[in-house]
Design a protein around this ligand. Structure first.
Ligand code: ASP
Length: 437
């Protein structure tokens, strides 16, 4: 058994968090690969080291002294070192690095030092070998990850050292220069490490006990999702749930490695397991896995008697294309169809767009309704449980919620309802209370 673990910024924000990480690693000897973010916020109002480093770079660029900021970063590192009694002289190393800083210092190099020094400290604390991401995560000249080279290098390092700490978020380009990923990129590094060694699981340790069934700003204390498929996760993410970015999970998804989201502050919680497929017998009969949604859509409904096959729809889509507007959902009736588009996308062009739709499609009627929110009930079980959608619409109706449009994904992983923006929160609560228990 081999587990790749990744600890986010809040999991390594200070000495107490380091201690929790150590306890987690020591509790399971198969946790041999540790990917670390830069120290994050310790309390609300605190700053992530990565943000401070970006700020430093701006100071350098404009020739303003960034001394105070560098000092506060240094203090964060030395506080961890001193509290944990480590020997790695992070203060001196940090000073040495700072003495090299120039106006021309590349921003990527500077911000990567957050992960670098946090990982150096973590490696000594765990008694693992530090493996620099610059030596094992590689980008091509076009900025894309060189998977083959990266996998080979990580595998070699793990084979050689057995227990390693790798900084997240950065790697190197063929010239050896450092390049960082998009923000939150340590998730990608963790996934690359897991894929490189064909880990049995990729554990992503953060500060929540998994993916929540609904937005906690709308539903009080929502339960976390025990198990979810990559397909369901994609639907939730598409509908606005803040979950792991698709790009960041691709390496593990492609290899069929399960991803477990865990809480560093509550290691006793099982978190959320993201898998390719779920053996249905093993799961409880809960029709909906999770709920997500977004506000501010516009529905364009075209009515035309005997629409002459698909050509009217095709013409309408061509017009949307011309305006660079994506149809988020399409519902079809015999003599009508409705296109759901983001209101922001048509904000400046709606009158021209409608005029062109009238010209190209010659509808009997064309109606525009804005202020629509889409809410998706996502669940792989909806197909296997007949009547779920009926019950769902009934529950919404009983609460007086007027459904303006309904769509179902082709793979039947989600039922999407369009309601008034003002009914958005209530719709989510009704679905949560009625279908996730
Ligand atoms: N430290 C980086 C950031 O704040 C990367 C990460 O945490 O994953 O975006």
């Amino acid at each position: 058994m081999l587990k790749a673990t990744k600890f986010g910024g809040s999991s390594v924000s200070g000495p107490e968090q380091f201690a929790k990480v150590k306890a987690i690693i020591q509790a399971d000897e198969s946790r041999r690969i540790v990917v670390v973010s830069a120290a994050g916020k310790r309390f609300s109002g605190d700053h992530k080291l990565t943000d401070l480093l970006y700020l430093c770079h701006a100071h350098l660029t404009y020739g303003v002294s960034g001394y105070e900021i560098l000092r506060s970063i240094r203090d964060r590192f030395t506080q961890i070192r001193d509290s944990l009694g480590l020997s790695y002289d992070v203060g001196a190393e940090f000073d040495a690095y700072c003495s090299t800083l120039r106006k021309e210092t590349p921003v990527d190099e500077l911000v990567s030092r957050g992960e670098y020094f946090t990982s150096r400290l973590m490696a000594e604390y765990l008694g693992f070998t530090f493996v620099d991401a610059a030596d094992c995560v590689f980008f091509n000249y076009d900025g894309q990850i060189d998977f083959e080279k990266t996998y080979a290098a990580i595998k070699e390092a793990v084979d050689r050292y057995q227990q390693v700490v790798i900084p997240g978020f950065y790697g190197s380009v063929p010239t050896g220069k450092i390049k960082v990923m998009t923000r939150g990129g340590s998730d990608i590094t963790g996934a690359l490490a897991a894929a490189a060694v064909d880990a049995d699981v990729y554990e992503n340790w953060t500060d929540v006990s998994g993916i929540l069934m609904a937005d906690p700003k709308i539903v009080e204390n929502p339960r976390s999702i025990p198990k979810i498929t990559y397909g369901e996760l994609r639907e939730l993410a598409f509908m606005g749930a803040s979950v792991l970015h698709e790009e960041s999970i691709r390496p593990v998804k492609d290899k069929g490695i399960p991803l477990n989201i865990r809480n560093t502050n509550r290691p006793q919680d099982p978190g959320t397991m993201i898998v390719e497929r779920v053996s249905e017998k093993a799961t409880r009969e809960r029709p909906i896995t999770g709920i997500a949604g977004r506000k501010n859509f516009t529905i364009l409904t075209l009515y035309k008697r005997s629409m002459a096959g698909m050509s009217t729809l095709r013409n309408a889509l061509e017009i949307l294309d011309r305006y660079h507007v994506a149809a988020e959902h399409i519902t079809m009736g015999l003599d009508s169809f409705a296109l759901v588009v983001s209101s922001a996308a048509v904000e400046n062009s709606i009158y021209d767009l409608i005029a062109d739709l009238r010209k190209a499609c010659r509808p009997d009627d064309l109606q525009v309704k804005d202020g629509i929110a889409l809410v998706a009930a996502v669940g792989r079980k909806m197909t296997s449980q007949p009547g779920t959608s009926g019950r769902l619409f009934q529950a919404l109706g009983q609460e007086g919620l007027n459904i303006r449009t309904i769509a179902q994904g082709a793979d039947e992983l989600a039922i999407i309802v369009g309601v008034e923006n003002s009914d958005f929160e209530k719709t989510i609560r009704v679905l949560y209370e009625g279908f996730t228990g």
